[in-house]
Design a protein around this ligand. Structure first.
Ligand code: C5P
Ligand code: C5P
Ligand code: ZN
Length: 480
């Protein structure tokens, strides 16, 4: 066991001991897949432990949300998938709290389970649901909840950096494999393998964008016909899971050939294959069987003010809550398609170091970040972070998405959003690769200009520090 995970387990045990002093607990979590799975994990663990609990889901933990929580005088509050950015504000309001989160910490807290504090990176080595799984493990026997921890990590796209889950996430995955809860394998990464007709996997593929196939039902059907794959059986569309291994292999090679012919760079083609995560306890052909489909199902609930439905699904409801979630999923999909069409038609404004679009009220602020991330395949210049603005209650929501390459070159969107939003009277934070903020109305252009300069500075800082490092590298080379 690594030093990091040992230290995390120790902190989890300390937090669990604090929780055990109380019978009634308030859980506050975030309205996305990672937040819902975090809440699902902790609420199940509390229920099993005989605790009473209440829940609250917030878009972000701002001063207003904290005031409302403080007003309720809870004896103890567990913050999951949020809280780390608001340590001081939590303390100053006298809220007695345990924080289980993976966002970059600002300030400090006595009961604070966060990978960044123990030598792990919270943007790809451990998610909010992962920290909360460690907390649940310290509260009791909860190995089965490893499946939700993996769904949360995949929902936050933590598997993308290395093409597989790594770090503490991997240890949790292995826990799940040992318990026969989870399975991982190399497979096609396209979305919808459990539930959708095969041609739709290509039609809706945005990462990688398949030129000539993405967006065209007809071309996708034709492509599969050209490979002699039958699309339906007994009047039902065949899904990826219905195919024989040989058919799957034929499609994968066909797709690779197709992408090579269209001149796609190999690093993009490689993204067609990756590690995928299966929840063995779930029925085949349902969203919950596949970590990625499960996380999208959850996003479709909480991001539309229906966190209670997503939480119920996380806690095992496969009847009315699941049916409700599927209805919301159909609407969510349509909203994503419409959002992408909007960005494509409207285009992005390019500054020196960033590019941005303003969705106004056309895209809901709770999904504008997802669309910003997906729209990276539509823009000409993938080397600039994408910033999206959307109208929110009492201000403007900003979402920022970067790439691994930008991070290597010195960009840290969390730092940039936090500092620049404060300069215009807003608040922000998040991760190096994906961050967000809320800023006052009427500040968009000023914010974009300032952010552009700030990110330019981050890039220069890195270039300079590299140059400074160079002489010593040369020196040490000579010495050796
Ligand atoms: O609040 P939270 O940490 O859960 O959200 C992280 C966000 O970052 C998610 O919306 C996730 O989709 C996004 N992300 C991304 N690209 C990555 C990693 C995360 O867009 N490579
Ligand atoms: O909302 P969005 O998906 O763009 O958020 C990206 C990341 O930034 C998430 O991890 C979210 O928790 C974080 N964020 C934040 N403060 C905000 C808005 C978003 O820390 N005001
Ligand atoms: Zn998260």
């Amino acid at each position: 066991m690594s030093e990091t995970i040992k230290a995390l387990h120790k902190e989890a045990a300390k937090c669990a001991d604090e929780i055990k002093k109380y019978r009634s607990i308030h859980v506050v979590s975030h309205i996305d897949a990672d937040g819902l799975t975090s809440a699902g994990i902790i609420c199940t663990a509390l229920q099993r432990g005989g605790f009473e609990y209440t829940t609250r889901f917030v878009k972000q933990l701002d001063e207003k949300a904290l005031d409302a929580i403080a007003d309720e005088n809870h004896s103890i509050v567990i913050f999951t998938d949020l809280g780390s950015g608001m340590c001081e504000q939590i303390k100053s309001r006298g809220i007695h709290a345990v924080i289980s989160d993976h966002h970059q910490p600002q300030g400090s807290h006595q009961f604070h389970l966060n990978p960044h504090l123990f030598g792990a990176n919270g943007s790809y080595e451990l998610s909010g649901s992962g920290t909360t799984y460690l907390l649940a493990s310290a509260l009791g026997k909860n190995q089965d909840l490893s499946s939700l921890a993996i769904v949360g990590a995949v929902g936050d796209m933590q598997h993308l950096k290395m093409g597989q889950l790594v770090g503490v996430n991997r240890e949790i995955l292995e826990d799940g494999v040992r318990g026969n809860i989870l399975q991982f394998k190399k497979d096609l990464t396209l979305f919808g393998k459990q539930t959708r007709p095969i041609y739709k996997l290509m039609q809706y593929s945005s990462d990688p964008y398949l030129p000539g196939l993405t967006g065209s039902e007809e071309a996708c059907i034709e492509f599969l016909h050209s490979l002699n794959i039958s699309l339906s059986q007994d009047e039902h569309w065949r899904r990826w899971i219905d195919l024989e291994i040989s058919e799957k292999q034929k499609i994968v090679s066909g797709l690779i050939q197709y992408c090579l012919k269209s001149g796609m760079p190999s690093y993009k083609i490689e993204r067609l294959i990756g590690e995928v995560y299966i929840l063995l306890g779930e029925k085949e052909g349902t969203e919950m069987r596949d970590a990625s489909e499960f996380s999208t199902l959850l996003n479709a609930t909480a991001r539309y003010d229906h966190a209670e439905i997503g939480l119920a699904v996380c806690m095992g409801n496969r009847e009315e809550a699941y049916e409700g979630a599927r209805k919301l999923l159909a609407e969510h999909r349509q909203n994503l398609v419409n959002g992408l069409i909007y960005v494509k038609e409207k285009g992005v404004i390019q500054l020196e170091n960033i590019q941005y679009f303003d969705a106004g009220s056309e895209i809901k602020e709770t999904i504008v970040g997802i669309i910003a991330g997906m729209s990276s395949t539509l823009v000409e210049n993938r080397n600039l972070p994408i910033i999206a603005f959307a109208k929110a209650e009492g201000g403007t929501k900003v979402s920022a998405r970067g790439t691994q390459d930008l991070i290597r070159r010195g960009v840290n969107l969390s730092e940039a959003m936090s500092i620049v939003s404060a300069e215009v009277g807003g608040v922000g934070g998040g991760h190096d690769i994906a961050a967000g903020a809320t800023i006052p109305d009427g500040k968009k252009e000023e914010f974009a200009r300032k952010l552009d300069l700030f990110i330019g500075e981050q890039l220069r800082r890195k270039t300079h520090s590299k140059q400074r490092d160079q002489p010593s590298e040369v020196c040490s080379e000579k010495l050796n």
